[in-house]
Each structure stands twice: as structure tokens, then as C-alpha cells.
Design a protein around this ligand. Sequence first.
Ligand code: GCU
Length: 857
Amino acid sequence: MAMLMIEEKRDRKTGVCGLRRFLRSITLAVLFGSTVWAAQAETGSAGWLRYSRITDPSALQQYRSLPRQIVRADTSPVGQSASGELARGLRSMLGGEFRVSSALPDGDAFVLGTPQELHHLLPQWRGPDLAEEGFAVSKLNEHGHRLWIVAGGSQRGELYGVFHLLEQVAELHEIAPDAESPSAPIRWVNQWDNFDGSIERGYAGRSIFFEGGHVRGDLTRVSEYGRLLASVGLNGCTVNNVNSDLRTLQPEMLRELARIADALRPWGVRMSLSVDLSSPQAVGHLSTFDPLDPQVIAWWQQKTDEIYKLIPDFGGFVVKADSEGRLGPSHYRRNPAQAANVLAHALLPHHGVVLYRGFVYNQHLDWHDLKADRARAGYDNFRALDGKFEPNVVIQIKNGPIDFQVREPVSPLFAALQHTNQAIELQVTQEYTGQQRHMVFLVPMWKTALDTDMRAQNRSTPVKEIIEGKSFHRPLGGFVAVVNVGLDENWLHHPMAMANLYGYGKLAWDPDLTTDQIIDGWTRLTFGNNPKVVSTIDDLQRNSWHVYEEYTGPLGLGTLTDIIGIHYGPGIESAERNGWGQWIRADHQGIGMDRTVATGTGYIGQYPPELAKIYESLSTCPDELLLFMHHVPYNYVLHSGKTVIQHVYDSHYDGAAAAATYAPRWQTLHGLIDEERYQRTLALFEYQAGHAIVWRDAVSEWFLRMSGIADAAGRVGHYPDRIEAEAMQSDGYTPVEVTPWETASGGKAVTCNRATACTLTAKLNKPAGIYQIAVQYFDIHPGAAQYEVLLNGKGIAHWTADNTLPPAVADKTLDGHTSTRFTIPGVKLEPGDTLTLRGIPNRAEPAPVDYIEITKQ
Ligand code: GCU
């Protein structure tokens, strides 16, 4: 058994035993009666739109009476997508033919159309009043025939109705009459893609839109993306980085960009662009970009007209200005409203909108100034401008006041702008939450933000109702998410990460949906309706944000990652002593930002009084936001009864222990889902378990050193099962210091700086038994070093450090980003065994090793 487990592991890492694996999967598939899975190659490219064949006879029975004819009342591209999708989906799930025609047949049929079109075909049809993007599914008996009517307030609504209907079938629900409409008009995604094909904070390959300074020739993936977006009701896509390329508005680039808009249009997704406010100067060669200069105003007008000639359904502009080095109106002592309104005037006749980002702050704050606070910036910059924006301007506000941390309170700006349209900006791309190498289902986090009742005007004003425009009667508003899909076949790399894109669309459509409804729908569509599969995956996803928070940044401190770099692994002190303002203000006595009105930065005073009161007082401030709002000693006692320091230790151990359960829980599904996604996800879960330990140890060790207070459970700083690499007998390996120190055990590792192999050897004196051997090494991006573990001279495992890490991890350093664990389960040991680790360097990768840990199983 033990050796079989070792072999399995080797299969996954080296891929050399594919045939054996395939045969094994067939055996298991036959055993579990799911041959369909084994026969399909599953890359994940279909996302949740898999439309797998329904084979269960009783489930099929309820769809037997569905019509096989689809009547489309209109010929618009979106209407064609709707009818084509219905035929495609039903054909795929139910088998047989589904035909599309434009005239009513003499028989049962689905009939799609807007109310006007339907009245034309069926004068006696009486449908409900439909919102522009809403839909209604109803049944009608016509001369003895049954008609299934999918009415849309517009073609887009019709398309959403079709996707709704298909989702009902895929989840084996009865197709019942239904009517829905979206919560808010703005339901956009932002892609931070650069024209060179890279993606800022993208973790799933190169851009689907651009390569080499141009729009790609083949835009197939773009229309597939449009289809995915439309399937969850998303209607806008900003295709270029918010840090906008100055070439964006050049005539030749606009002509290229129009091709992207063409690819998205059939799915009702309007393209929009991020623009740089200095464009009148950079592109238009004017001497100024002062928004109030008449020439500048005229330039924006002409440029906008030029865009609409090429892209008649252009969505509008996204603006990042006066932020992180981008130029903006402050250059001319103008304010965001003055700048936004110039663009808004130009867009208004074309029904375009300006999404002006509230992410305006100074990244050169003085760390020594205890009153300085980046969290204040949104409110301080925009509050006084409330009511000064044109009706087609929307302020796009990140959910929290800092920057997509694992936990933040909601931005106080939501309640402060009562005469201004607002959209919440969320992040599907997991910049600070594991970069799609860790499973972190973000819907619970987003719901926490959306459900936060701001108590503006001392009444119920949850964030979701503010952005929907309900709380303050605003005409526009909604949702934006930074998504950053890439060319990776699976769009977001981690199969589980797709739940975030799906969930985002669902929440933007209806923020009252529960986390359970969302995850259950996604799992069924993505992995099928097998109850064990559904409950296992739902459970894994449901708690994953909490788990990630536990092993990264607790109590509202932020993610505790390397904040001035790539935002991935641990790098605690990077938050301090710089101008970026993501400070945690830790010293030997205590930790946390004092943001109180009484003694701190005054940030809490930016919330409406009822909410401010809760945060201001230590007795009412929730534990999970304590260190965001207050500075307290390490032995401060939380509402939970634990001290801050013990909570830090316990949560990190609990979180890492929970992450370690993912792989074994996933393994219970072997044979119940396809082998490709099974293996890919398993490898990621095993990686995550190892990296969660890196996080746990880095954060706990750092707190131990900082506070000087020991872990009451005796875990931190004591690793009896560990053998430090630098303490092993070495042939060729030399010790190196690791920075930051907390990202390597004992602050040190060893590297092999010769062309051939180096070895580390240790005599083990373990009592006889079965053990798990974990090797903690560093997978540095350039190169693929090899490692081999030998027991008494006989090889028991072998793997390649083959860059399973996010592409952004391009640093060549040994640190918390690159520290990786390889685990060999089921090894039989006897007292006196000799363990050898051979490292074979490759290119710039000197086969670095941190330690070996041998634990009893
Ligand atoms: C974060 C992110 C940047 C991005 C910025 C933004 O700071 O790290 O890459 O440009 O947010 O939202 O504008």
C-alpha cells in the first residue's frame, strides 16, 4: 500500500506513467458506473457550460415532453446566440435534434423573443412587464400545441432566459414558469491585459485579447469568454489594463480593438476601455490634458465619436487617475468630478458611461506619521464631490478601503456618496488570496461586504442596496470585478477558481442569493449531479476563504504577504516602513493600526455614526477586524476569550491543518469525476497543503520573535520531526541565509552550486513504523532542478521542481513565494536507516533545500 502511494505521487509529478494511470481510471470508472467521464478529455475550457449528457432515466423522463423545435422571432446576433445556445445545450444534455426556425411550426415549440416580437408571432400572448435585461419563461397552449415562451425585455434578456433554462436542465430541476431581472445595470468585468500579451495580476497564462503589441489574430477565446460572461448575466468587459497603455486611443489601435468588440457583441457583452487622462497630450499631441481646457474637451468629444463609429455599442471608459503614478486632474489642480464629467459629456449622446475609480491615494505616505492612513484616502478624495458627477458617471469603489486583502471592512465611501452613482469593485483574480494556486472561494467574502449595513442616515442601507441605486435612488450603479482570465485552457488555472467567476456573475445578477445556492449550482454544472461529488466539493469551497484567512492574515491585519512585490507568499515586514500605507504597526509590545477617532487616524469617523460606534469601541469591534481598527498589546483578550497572540498561533495551525484535509477529501472522489481535472486539482491541493505550512510557520515564527510570547500549545519554534538541511551531512550543498528570515526554517537553506548533483544525508533513529517524509525545497522560476530521495541507498521518490507556481513568481530568490513541499507518504522506517536527498541543479535553479520533516502516520 505504501509503495503504491509513492508511485501515484511519482505519476503526477513526472507524468511518466500515463498508461497505467489511464487504465486505472478506466477500472475505477467502470466500478463506479461512470464510463462517460473516463471517455472525455476534460480541459476545463467549457467552464460551467459543460452540458453533459443526462443519462439517468428518471431525470430524463421529466424533459421528455420538451419541444424539439426552437422558434426565433428575431435575427439579431444576440437573438441568434440565444436560439443557437438553446439548441446546443439541449442537444448536448438530452441527445437528438433540436432545430431552429423563424416561423411557428405545427407542433410544440420553444419561442424566443422580446414582447413586441412575440406579440407579432402570437397576438394572444400576454407576458409580464419586463425590465430591459429581464426575462420570463412561461407556457402557452396554442391550438393544442404546447409553447414554451422565453421572453426577454431585450435580446440580451432573451439570452439570459435561455441560459437560465439550460441551467435548470443541467441541474435536473423542473422547468417551471419564472421571471427574473438583474439587480443593477452595470455588471462588468475588468481585464488588466497589456498589449504585449501579459496580464497585470493575471495568473492563468497570456492574454486572450493581445499579443506583441496588437490584438490577436484569432479571437476564438474572446467569443468563448463572452459566452461564459453572458451565461451568468454579465454585460460589459473592459479589455485593457487600468494602468492604461498610452497607445489605447490611437486610431490604428482603436480599429484593432473594434474586432474584440465584434467578438463579444453576439453575447450581449459591451466592450469598454481603460483610458489614461493624459491621452489628449500623449495621443492627440495637445500641449495640455487639463480637463477644463476647451481643446481638451473637444478632443475627448471627437475621440469618443470616432470610437462609436467603429464600435456602436461601446460601453464607455474606465479611469484610473492620480493613483499609483498615473497622471490625473490633480496635475492641473482639478478634481475627479471635473475630469470625469468631460468624458461623461462626450459619452452621453452615445449612451456610454464613465467608471471613475475611487482607488485614488498617495503611495508616498510618511510611515512615521501616526495620523497618516491610506484607508482614509477614498473618502477624503471623493466625499466633497458628492453630487457633482454627471448622471452617466459611476464611481467604481473597491470593496475595502485598502486593496483586496483577505479581510477588510467595507469602504466608508459607499455610505458617503449619496448623490453619486456607485459600483463595487471586486477581484476574481486572486491577487492577495493565493493567485489561483490556493483554493479560495470568495463569494462568502463578497457577501460579507455586500450585506454590511452601513446605517447611513441611521437607516438600513446595506452596501448591495447602495450600489443597486436603491438606497439613495440613483439611476445607475452595480458591479465590476477584475477577472484576468488567460489563455490557460481552464481560464483561471485552478479548476476551483472558476467558481469565483461564476459566483461573481450570479451575485451581480442577484446579491440576495446565498453562498450555498451559488456554490451548489456551480458544482453541479461543473462536475455533475452525483450527490457525493456535489456535497464534497461544496464543502471544500464553502469554508476555503476562512481557512485561507486563518493561515495568512488574521484579525483584519491584511494578507501579511509581500506587499511591495508580487503579493503571493508570506512577507510580513514588507508592509512596514514604506509609503504604501498597508501598515500593521507592529512592535514588541503590540500590533494593529489605531484608526479610532479618539486616539488614532480618525478613519472610523468616516463611517455613519451607528457603524462608527461599533468599530470605535474595543468592546464592540468584531474580532475579525480588531487589528484593522485598533492597536492592542499581544496579550489583549479577544471576544473569543483568547489572547491576540494565541489566536495568531492557533488560527495558523488550524488553517494549515484544514488545508491539509483538501487532498484526502478530494481523493474520495477518484473515479467519480474525470481523471484530468481530478489530477490537476489534486496536485494543486497537495501544493496548497505544503504552502499553507510555509505561511503558518512564517507568520507564527515572526510573531514569536516580535512578541517574545511563547505558544501555549508549544508548537511554534519547536519542530521535533524536522531535520534542517544545513544540519545534514552535505556533499556539495552550502548554507545560505534566506530573506525574509521567517520564510525558511531557522532562516537558512542550502543550495547546490555545482553542475552535478549534491547530496544531503542523515542517519535516522526513528522507532520502526510507517512515516510521511516531507521535503521542503524552493521552486525557483528559471530552471527545473531535480530531486531524489533515497532510503538506505534505494530511491523512493523523485520529482522535478517544475514551476507549478503563478507566472508572476519570477523572482529567483529563496523566499515565501518559492518555498514548496513534496510529500512522500507511507514510508516504512527502521531505527538506523539512512536517508539521502540528491539535488540536481538545472540552469539558475541550484536545487535548494530548507528541511526534511519525518512524521509518524
Ligand atoms: C493593486 C494592484 C495593482 C493595480 C492596482 C489597481 O494595487 O496590485 O497591480 O494596478 O491595485 O487596482 O489599480
